[in-house]
Design a protein. Structure first.
Length: 274
C-alpha cells in the first residue's frame, strides 16, 4: 500500500472524530465551570486535595464514557500525573481539570483537555476553556485551530526579544528538579526578555501555539500536561523536542516547545541544565 494511503486513512478518521470529542469536552467544561467560584474554597492542604479530587470526579463522570465510546478499542490512561511511554495502541490522556489548583483558588487559568495518543504520539486534541468558551483543537497533519481559526507560532528569531515560560509539573518533585527549574529561569532571564513561571503547562502551551509567547520548557514527563500542547504547537508550525534536541514523545523525560526561529537558541541555553 502506498505511504500516502497509509497516512491519509488515520488522518481522515481522526478528523471525523474531532466534532464528537469537542462536544464531549465542552459538555465536561460546563460541569467544571459550574463548580468554579471567584474565591478560594479551602484553607488546609486536606481541603485543597479534597476539592481537587471532587473536581476530577465530577468531570470524569461526564467525560470518560463518551470518549471511550467515540473510539472503540481505545484505552484510558488512569493517572493524570503519570509520565513515561504508554503501551502500544490508542490511549485517551485526559486532564479533567488542567490547572485544578488554580480552579480551587478562584483563579482563571484552567481547562478541560482530552488527547488521543496513538503509539505514544498525540494525534488529536481538544482543549476547552470554560470561562471564555474558547476551544483549541488539533489533528496530526491537519493544523491547529482556535474556534476554527488557524493558529501559527511566533515568527521571532531573536531569543533576546522572547517571552518564554516554564513551571513545575506536579507537587513534590525531587529537589534536583526544582533546582533545575530555578537555574533555567535564571539562564533564560539572562538570555531572553521575560520569563513566565506558572501552571499548568497546557495554558502556557496554547499561547506558544497561538504565537503570543515564544517558548515553553519543562523538566518533567507528566503526560497529561504536555500531550495537548505538544500537538497544538507542532501543528501550528512550532518545534517540539526534548532537551537533547530529539523529537519529543511520551517517553521523553523533558520537553521544549518553541517557535522554530528560536528553538536552537533556547536549546543551547537549556540543554546544559537537563
Amino acid at each position: 500500500m502506498p505511504t500516502a494511503t497509509r497516512t491519509a486513512a488515520p488522518f481522515a478518521a481522526d478528523t471525523t472524530l474531532l466534532p464528537e470529542v469537542t462536544a464531549a469536552v465542552r459538555t465536561a467544561g460546563r460541569t467544571l465551570r459550574d463548580r468554579h467560584t471567584p474565591h478560594a474554597r479551602c484553607v488546609s492542604l486536606d481541603e485543597v486535595v479534597a476539592e481537587i479530587h471532587a473536581n476530577d470526579d465530577a468531570v470524569l463522570d461526564v467525560l470518560r464514557e463518551p470518549l471511550l465510546r467515540a473510539r472503540p478499542g481505545s484505552r484510558w490512561a488512569e493517572d493524570e500525573l503519570a509520565g513515561g511511554a504508554l503501551p502500544p495502541g490508542e490511549w485517551w490522556v485526559v486532564d479533567p481539570a488542567e490547572g485544578n489548583i488554580n480552579h480551587v483558588h478562584g483563579l482563571d487559568d484552567w481547562a478541560v483537555t482530552a488527547t488521543l495518543v496513538r503509539d505514544n504520539r498525540p494525534v488529536l486534541t481538544v482543549v476547552h476553556l470554560p470561562l471564555t468558551g474558547q476551544t483549541y483543537t488539533a489533528v496530526a497533519g491537519g493544523g491547529a485551530h482556535l474556534d476554527g481559526r488557524p493558529l501559527a507560532v511566533s515568527a521571532k528569531t531573536d531569543l533576546g526579544a522572547a517571552l518564554v515560560g516554564t513551571g513545575q509539573a506536579r507537587p513534590g518533585e525531587d529537589e534536583r528538579t526544582f533546582r533545575r527549574i530555578g537555574d533555567s529561569v535564571t539562564a533564560m532571564l539572562v538570555n531572553g526578555l521575560v520569563v513566565r513561571v506558572s501552571v499548568p503547562a497546557t495554558m502556557q502551551l496554547i499561547h506558544v501555539a497561538a504565537g503570543r509567547t515564544d517558548a515553553f520548557w519543562q523538566f518533567s514527563d507528566v503526560r497529561s500536561g504536555l500531550v495537548a500542547g505538544a500537538l497544538l504547537v507542532s501543528e501550528a508550525g512550532g518545534t517540539v523536542t526534548d532537551l537533547a534536541g530529539e523529537p519529543w514523545s511520551t517517553g521523553s523525560r523533558d520537553f521544549l516547545a518553541a517557535a522554530p526561529g528560536l528553538h536552537a537558541a533556547a536549546l543551547d541555553v537549556l540543554s546544559p541544565l537537563a
